[in-house]
Design a protein around this ligand. Structure first.
Ligand code: SF4
Length: 325
């Protein structure tokens, strides 16, 4: 399907018709390489000891991944970006590079979030030899804050070295796209000032494929001690836009449902469109349309429907996330 036609149909169903049965397939796809992580950052649900016992640790198998991609290809989405992140650290899956290779061989553009600790020179060289990718990596302007938040001494130096190596490689290799997010503001630091300080830690002349941002933190699992926002309710677009899948094939509410609180079916057992429009998914959309997110297990503690004041709802941000790579 043409990308713009796909987006047009999505926009009409979500914004105008408020459909609960969708005539188009999901536009974005997220699949989890693993729910295991080598860190336990304080801003992440992984830091909650209860979180890691909710689902058994597991790893996406290359065969199952290919099975999923074949199902995605069958529905012919207008978008070939493929997000390889949900819960956990992708590089903890011993087959992660093979997953990236399979994605590229099937003409998808892999995007993933990583803490960068395991992305050493050897892994970086293997990765860039496979093909183009975008990695989103958290860093900080302050070593002590970084290691306090991430809970492991020495990791600031490790991640900085790995990032510097990727930057050197990126000068001559257009396969590398990196978004570096400053997490310092989680400690209360001024985001703009901290971002400028973090930028100083790296070479000034870099390809435009390397971008720097200030990380925004979201209370999607009720894991952060944030006061519930009182901003006007806005309809969450994810159930009209994306399909998120765990390593075991369970289709969950969205990329924020890391605890798999709302499961609609299993993509290794059913077709994507059967899951996308089944009764559970329809009811889930209906609850959000009725402004009752609390009726959805996944949405109960999520701050997204009342985050209307944030830049994520800005049309430029939305266009960038839907159309960009
Ligand atoms: S409200 Fe939150 S948990 Fe529910 S679908 Fe939207 S982003 Fe996901």
């Amino acid at each position: 399907m043409n990308k713009l036609i796909h987006l047009l149909r999505l926009g009409i169903s979500y914004e105008i018709m408020h459909d609960i049965i969708l005539s188009y397939p999901p536009f974005q796809y997220t699949i989890e390489p693993t729910n295991a992580c080598n860190l336990a950052c304080t801003f992440c649900p992984q830091s909650n000891p209860a979180h890691v016992s909710i689902r058994p640790k597991g790893y996406l198998k290359p065969g199952n991944f290919l099975q999923f991609l074949n199902k995605v290809k069958e529905v012919q989405p207008g978008n070939r970006n493929l997000n390889l992140t949900l819960d956990g650290e992708p590089f903890v899956n011993p087959h992660f590079l093979e997953l990236v290779k399979i994605a590229i061989e099937n003409k998808f553009f892999p995007i993933f979030g990583t803490n960068g600790v395991l992305l050493n020179k050897e892994k970086a060289n293997e990765l860039i030899a496979i093909g183009p990718f975008r990695a989103s990596i958290d860093f900080a302007s302050d070593e002590i804050i970084f290691e306090t938040i991430r809970g492991k001494k020495g990791d600031f130096g490790v991640v900085r070295e790995n990032l510097l190596n990727l930057m050197i490689l990126a000068k001559s290799n257009s396969n590398i796209h990196i978004d570096i997010h400053d997490i310092t503001s989680f400690s209360g630091a001024d985001p703009a000032l901290s971002l400028a300080r973090m930028r100083q830690l790296f070479p000034q002349k870099l390809p435009s494929r390397i971008r720097f941002y200030s990380r925004k933190f979201h209370n999607f699992c009720g894991h952060l001690n944030y006061e519930r926002s009182k901003f006007k309710y806005r309809l969450c677009p994810y159930p009209w836009t994306q399909m998120a899948v765990t390593y075991s094939g369970d289709c969950v509410a969205c990329c924020r449902d890391t605890a798999a609180r709302s499961v609609f079916g299993n993509v290794f057992q059913s077709s994507l469109m059967t899951i996308w429009n089944n009764e559970a998914y329809q009811q889930f959309r209906q609850n959000l349309l009725l402004q009752c997110p609390d009726l959805n297990a996944a949405c109960k503690e999520c701050d997204l429907p009342r985050s209307g004041h944030e830049s994520r709802w800005n049309p430029i941000y939305v266009a960038h996330s839907l159309l960009g790579r």
